[in-house]
Design a binder for this molecule. Structure first.
Ligand SMILES: Nc1ncnc2c1ncn2[C@@H]1O[C@H](COP(=O)(O)OP(=O)(O)O)[C@@H](O)[C@H]1O
Ligand SMILES: [Mg+2]
Length: 377
């Protein structure tokens, strides 16, 4: 696992058994077809339990919610997609399975309705996910629903997430060259969200970017997980909720004085620091200590091995929201840097040649990813 200093593996066991909620029925959902909003329905069913050797047939009535048919198909997803037992990742109340339809592979995110996300939140994630269209944002194809879960069918990030990419790399951190290539794509995605779609992601972190290889054999990175994403308020309303992963939370969010989309720029600063150094910038243990560290500790920018990138990283991890660099400015900075260092940057043939080194990387990461996944398709 190289000499990586970030910690997700091996303490967390990524391999878990297939989740049997994939088998839950959908008939009751089909009878009631909510059009516009979330509805509650009662479902009745019988279960057979065996207690002390005696079989008991129980009648159970449960109340569940369903989201509008315009957004989710009330069909059994297994009729349309083969769902493998390979788990690509998991969250608080979600599992991401490798799936297949005809000869194409997909990722399916199963979100349990009884989990931490409230119905309105799942509906919001569904709406936002389906509405996004950008080269560096994972494409969401369709959504299915049964009694207990919502299933998001999306494009597969075949080469794992950015956290895995950093930790599985030879040295445990990335070179300035690869970092610049990836950051340009990352900032394009977030700039599209902020400026084109007026959406704040609010959960930017290394685990929420996945990697794939495009037709020119180039490494492509895509943003995922719109579970906390929200439209920028237009009516002067201020956002206060303290959400997301603590290590990535910005000082203004922690301070509780209200925040805007600049929380994403801060989190991108944390991602960038981890890419270049293999260390998270704030890593004191315990919530309170971590908070203090984010608010007051000096950041060890000296360990970033590149003058220009060190400067940019400090402009992202700027505690003053007003002077913190925006995505658009960061993107311009990176593109200029790239052109300056790599004058053939815009030449397609050159790019193709240069990216052949990816083949070697592909072999290495596949080997490592396979240790954590069981591919059954
Ligand atoms: N489209 C995808 N392709 C490959 N891996 C994915 C994909 N979507 C999610 N994952 C993996 O699953 C993990 C959790 O997915 P995510 O959507 O972030 O769930 P949660 O909302 O529970 O955090 C990710 O960090 C990543 O490792
Ligand atoms: Mg996530």
């Amino acid at each position: 696992m190289g000499s990586c200093n970030l910690c997700k593996y091996p303490s967390e066991d990524k391999i878990i058994e297939k989740d049997n909620t994939l088998e839950t029925p959908v008939e009751a959902l089909k009878e009631k077809k909510p059009k516009n909003d979330i509805s509650e329905i009662n479902i009745d069913y019988r279960v057979n339990t065996v207690s002390s050797g005696i079989s008991v047939n129980n009648s159970i009535s449960e109340s569940i919610y369903i989201i509008p048919t315009e957004i989710s198909k009330h069909e059994n997803i297994k009729k349309f997609y083969e769902i493998s037992t390979t788990i690509l990742g998991r969250g608080g109340s979600s599992y991401i399975f490798l799936s297949k339809k005809n000869n194409s592979r997909f990722a399916v995110k199963q979100v349990l309705k009884g989990g931490v996300a409230k119905p309105e939140e799942i509906l919001r994630e569904a709406n936002i996910s389906l509405s996004l269209k950008h080269e560096h944002i994972i494409k969401f194809y369709e959504i299915f629903e049964d009694y207990y879960s919502i299933y998001f069918v999306m494009e597969l990030g075949d080469y794992g997430d950015l956290f895995e990419f950093i930790t599985f790399s030879e040295q445990g951190y990335l070179s300035p060259d690869i970092t610049i290539d990836l950051l340009i794509q990352i900032f394009e995605a977030v700039d599209y969200l902020h400026n084109n779609r007026k959406i704040i992601h609010r959960d930017i972190k290394a685990e929420n970017f996945v990697l794939c290889i495009n037709e020119y054999n180039q490494l492509n990175i895509k943003l995922i997980d719109f579970g906390l994403a929200i439209k920028k308020p237009e009516n002067g309303e201020i956002l206060y909720d303290i959400i997301g992963t603590r290590k990535y939370q910005s000082p203004e969010m922690i301070n509780g004085n209200g925040y805007d989309e600049k929380v994403d720029e801060w989190a991108l600063g944390v991602v960038m620091f981890s890419m270049l150094t293999g260390y998270e910038p704030f890593r004191r243990t315990g919530d309170h200590k971590l908070e203090e560290s984010i608010l007051y500790d000096g950041i060890n920018f000296e360990i970033i091995p590149d003058d220009d990138l060190r400067l940019l990283n400090a402009r992202l991890l700027d505690r003053n929201v007003d002077t913190r660099i925006t995505c658009q400015e960061a993107l311009n900075f990176l593109k200029n840097l790239k052109l300056h260092r790599d004058p053939l940057y815009n030449d397609q043939y050159y790019l193709y040649q240069r990216n052949m080194f990816i083949d070697e990387y592909k072999r290495a990461i596949n080997e490592k990813l396979n240790l954590y996944r069981r591919d059954t398709l």
